[in-house]
Design a protein around this ligand. Sequence first.
Ligand SMILES: *[C@@H]1O[C@H](CO)[C@@H](O)[C@H](O)[C@H]1NC(C)=O
Ligand SMILES: *[C@@H]1O[C@H](CO)[C@@H](O)[C@H](O)[C@H]1NC(C)=O
Length: 298
Amino acid sequence: MHLQTLVALLPVLGVQGIRIIQSNDDGWAEQYARSFHNALIASGHDAVLSAPAENKSGTSSLDIEPSPRTSACQYDSCAAHSGPIGRNESSPRLNWVNSFPVTSMRYGIDTIGPQFWNGQAPELAVSGPNVGSNLYLAVHFSGTVGAAVYAAKTEKIPAIAFSGASEGTLAWNASPEAQRSKVYAELAATLTNAVIASGKPYLPEDVFLNVNFPEVGGQCTQASQFKWVLSRINIGVFSAADVQQCGKTRLPTETSVVDADGCYISVSVGDATDKTTAPAEKQAVVLKKLQSMLTCLP
Ligand SMILES: *[C@@H]1O[C@H](CO)[C@@H](O)[C@H](O)[C@H]1NC(C)=O
Ligand SMILES: *[C@@H]1O[C@H](CO)[C@@H](O)[C@H](O)[C@H]1NC(C)=O
């Protein structure tokens, strides 16, 4: 991770440290979420992680009160019988909730985060990076997206869901830190910082961003090799026109962006009320904010 680079860039971007709540669905001890947490902290943000005690992939928008753990958390990251909620006592910004991604996001926003922020709410919610892509129909089942959508729709906190196509489980303490975990963290922090630098409100109401990174490997091994493309979640054959971008009024689907030859990242403007593509006027707000970093598919 080129954290020095990120930190050095901050004054240029004019990014200020803000209160960020973080969740995922692969579990609080998954390396992708930890690398991203470290990148947010290195960027000067007041980030707090509140994520499920174990892998709760595919649980969409389920939300049930946490129950006491009987077994150890994933990768032995907490002891058995350690209650319904817990944290890393030596890094208390790292918290687990023994329930679903949405529940962990809800606790993070309402209870855990405010303990670090003088009772204040987070200014931004981020989820992931998920282990594996969340494209098109998968968006509806993803707990990583579910947590972001909960923040945007129910709590009215701007939210971004990140997913990476490179799969394979990685414990938080697997050493050395995986290159894919570092690259995804750096990319996720870059977009997060760009959204913050664009000023408040960070995103239109009831909008979340669904961001998908292609695989790390081949010609795509460093964050600097990746490019950002504005996309749509679902196929838009019968939908109203999208915002005009790259000379068209139909954005590419996120699947076509991530599958394109090259290192293209899809950034979709999602509607938090139904997890489909947000209308053109909301896409336009995001386009204006991110214009300088976006490119067109060849
Ligand atoms: C808890 O934090 C300490 C200190 O940062 C670290 O060494 C340890 O690996 C962490 N454990 C978990 C499960 O997060
Ligand atoms: C979580 O579980 C799902 C299937 O239930 C699996 O596809 C995914 O790879 C797992 N993720 C991790 C990080 O273990």
